[in-house]
Write a protein that binds this ligand. Structure first.
Ligand code: CTP
Length: 412
């Protein structure tokens, strides 16, 4: 499965003959949906030009301290990346990484970044087998660096043996796999997203500003964490993330029916990210309503609360809700958590260009005995952090874990 969509990959290219393959690697990473920025060592520019990588990545390329226009680019790049991949990684690059050298841009970025680092070694087989390189590789592995390859075979120098850089397809696959955290491996998740539409007549409805972006990002993050995801979505302009099963609905009533159907079929985790209507027209008209000269009012009736309904089921899943608030976010969030009887509430401030239909958001997570602020960031990154937190809380609930294991045994 491709887990690279919207992932930010910082590709470091060091100076080996395999650098020409990194051009194809950039192309394949972008085809898989990743955003790629390239940082080259000075030696790498002797093999391939920065212009090639610039054209293929569609981003500026950094190859020297003089490219660090703000003097802080290296820190920005270190923070920006979801993954650092160095391909090819020469013997010299491995030695420099092992010793934490920061006297070139790529070394400084690797040192400043907390993103996982993967390296694809490429060198002569004798250099790869040398005790110095073996030691450096061991140091790096002990620090959690993923060593991808090298492959064995004929080398540019005429030798035969280990030291060929892995082919771009293999690197793309390995990088994609590295995003599968397994934190929700085998967990079945039902998730709602987007707005609902409550019919006034055949052509009009009541709805809200939700774009569904946050819910769809959570679906992708849960999938990346190894969950089976059933997404039940109100009308949005978004495509289902690959590997996520999508059911489209219109009204809150349809959404409730679809959710109960999926939850009763077996689900361990319910995440209610949809902006569900609280009221709907009491008597939607069968024909288009005609305009009238005088004032008109529309009688509304309350809609069942989907989250509270699921949370009150006898065999209930672990429940996560959202709270969209315009003020007193923490207070309202805690109140909603207790009122709806759910394990976790993710609260955000909405209104004045915040929350709805934007790419960024800020979330305050509250649960019994804890809270955590997820500072303003893209919805994709926030979704990953939220899923991490959910997985931590979910796995600390022994009774829920046991029911997952039993369900897995029954379905085996
Ligand atoms: N929710 C739901 N069904 C509804 C209304 C809301 O499942 N009919 C869920 C939302 O998906 C969200 C949580 O309840 O996870 C809180 O939604 P929110 O709109 O913030 O709050 P409300 O419960 O509607 O309360 P209020 O509008 O008074 O803030």
């Amino acid at each position: 499965m491709n887990l690279l969509s919207d992932k930010r990959i910082l590709l470091g290219v060091s100076g080996g003959i395999a650098a020409y393959k990194s051009a194809e690697l950039v192309r394949q990473l972008r085809a898989a949906g990743a955003v790629v920025r390239v940082v080259m060592t000075r030696a790498a520019t002797e093999f391939v030009t920065a212009r090639t990588f610039q054209a293929l990545s569609g981003q500026p390329v950094w190859s020297d301290w003089s490219d660090d226009r703000t003097s802080m680019d290296h820190i920005e790049l270190a923070r920006w990346a979801d993954r650092l991949l160095i391909a090819p990684a020469t013997a010299d690059t491995l030695a420099r990484l092992a010793h934490g050298r920061a006297d070139d841009l790529l070394g400084a970025i690797c040192l400043a970044s907390t993103a996982p680092l993967c390296v694809a070694p490429a060198m002569n087989q004798g250099m790869w087998r040398h005790a110095a390189t073996r030691d450096n590789v061991r140091y790096l592995q002990e620090r959690g660096v993923a060593i991808l390859g090298p492959a064995e075979g004929a080398q540019a120098c005429g030798d035969n043996g280990p030291g060929r850089m892995l082919e771009p397809e293999a690197l793309v696959r390995a990088l994609s796999d590295s995003f599968s955290s397994g934190a929700l491996a085998g967990v079945s998740v039902v998730l709602t997203a987007g707005p609902t539409r409550e019919a006034v007549d055949p052509v009009r409805y009541i709805s809200n500003r939700s774009s569904g972006k946050m819910g769809y990002a959570i679906a992708a993050a849960a999938r990346d964490a190894g969950a089976r995801v059933e997404l039940i979505s109100g009308p949005t302009a978004l495509d289902a993330p690959v590997g996520v099963h999508l059911t489209r609905v219109e009204s809150a009533g349809d959404m409730l029916a679809a959710v109960l159907d999926r939850v009763e079929a077996g689900c361990q985790l319910f995440i209610s990210a949809a902006a569900v209507a609280d009221y709907r027209p009491a008597r939607p008209a069968a024909q288009k309503l005609k305009k009238q000269a005088q004032q008109w009012s529309l009688p509304l009736e309350p809609v069942a609360d989907i989250l509270a309904t699921v949370s009150a089921l006898p065999r209930r899943p672990f429940c996560v809700g959202f709270a969209a608030e315009t003020e007193d976010v923490e207070q309202h969030a805690q109140k909603k958590r207790l009122l709806k009887g759910v394990e976790l509430i993710a609260a955000n401030r909405v209104g004045r260009n915040l929350g709805f239909d934007t790419d960024d958001n800020e979330l305050l997570l509250v649960w019994e005995g804890g809270s955590r602020l997820l500072a303003r960031d893209s919805k994709t990154r926030l979704a990953r952090l939220l899923i991490e937190q959910i997985a931590t809380l979910y796995s600390s609930q022994p009774c829920l874990r046991i029911s997952t294991e039993n369900d897995a045994k029954h379905s085996a």
